[in-house]
Write a protein that binds this ligand. Structure first.
Ligand code: BTN
Length: 228
């Protein structure tokens, strides 16, 4: 991954630049990295603010041929492996040991019907301060070389992408890095909010939450850890 590669000083969102490039025929593995985005976006319709020069802000093109239900978790595992510290909040936020957010992942997919599927994977990783309020920078925990980190991350992403054919492996690795399972959580989903205890991952990567005596499977949502 990382070939071909485009480096931009300033853009709207690397997601949009890469989507256009994909439509113009960019191959799997293509990467667009930017120093500064004027319209960076995060999960659940939120904006994504990253400080110029102090983050790794990029998008990676995938053209998956197999099911991608576990892709968001696999990307979280790759991020954790490359960074070497922190824990994963479901589905794929990387949190520093003290719970502040180090990185976020955005998976934008167009699922193939007749044409093959297309995934634009966006990663925003805070490398150095200043960072948005409540977030953490990797450099607070030790020296970081941005170029080396990017190379390692692309390599881990490639490893985990291959692991999509071994779903048990992805679930097991994700659980190893989880700071979510066993915790009291509130979950905002497109259908409303619930509070309970995160119990497990389902085989499809959904979060299993016990709430008011019932077991719910959350396919998409935003988790807050209570008491952290
Ligand atoms: C989240 O935690 O909500 C996900 C954040 C994803 C941000 C990255 S930065 C590179 C790519 N371009 C964007 O506009 N968003 C993603």
């Amino acid at each position: 991954f990382g070939r071909p590669y485009r480096y931009l000083g300033h853009t709207t969102s690397t997601q949009d630049v890469l989507r256009q490039w994909a439509e113009d025929g960019a191959p799997e593995g293509a990467v667009v990295l930017a120093e500064r985005q004027s319209a960076g976006r995060g999960r659940m319709g939120r904006p994504w603010i990253s400080t110029p020069g102090s983050s790794l802000t990029f998008s990676l093109l995938l053209r998956p041929r197999s099911p991608i239900a576990l892709l968001p978790l696999a990307v979280g595992v790759a991020l954790r492996e490359a960074v070497g510290l922190g824990g994963l909040k479901w589905p794929n936020d990387l949190l520093a040991p003290d719970g502040r957010k180090l990185a976020g992942i955005l998976v934008e997919a167009r699922v193939g019907t007749s044409s093959p599927g297309l995934v634009i994977l966006g990663i925003g990783l805070n490398v150095r301060p200043p960072v948005p309020p409540g977030a953490a920078a990797l450099s607070e925990f030790g020296p970081v070389n941005r170029a080396e980190l990017l190379a390692r991350l692309l390599e881990e992403l490639e490893n985990q992408y291959e692991n999509l054919s071994k779903p048990e492996r992805i679930l097991e690795d994700w659980k190893k890095y989880s700071v979510t399972l066993g915790q009291e959580v509130t979950v905002k989903t497109p259908r409303g909010e619930l509070r309970g205890r995160a119990l497990d991952l389902a085989e499809d990567g959904a979060l299993v939450v016990e709430s008011q005596g019932a077991t719910e499977r959350i396919a998409a949502g935003d988790v807050s850890l209570i008491g952290r």
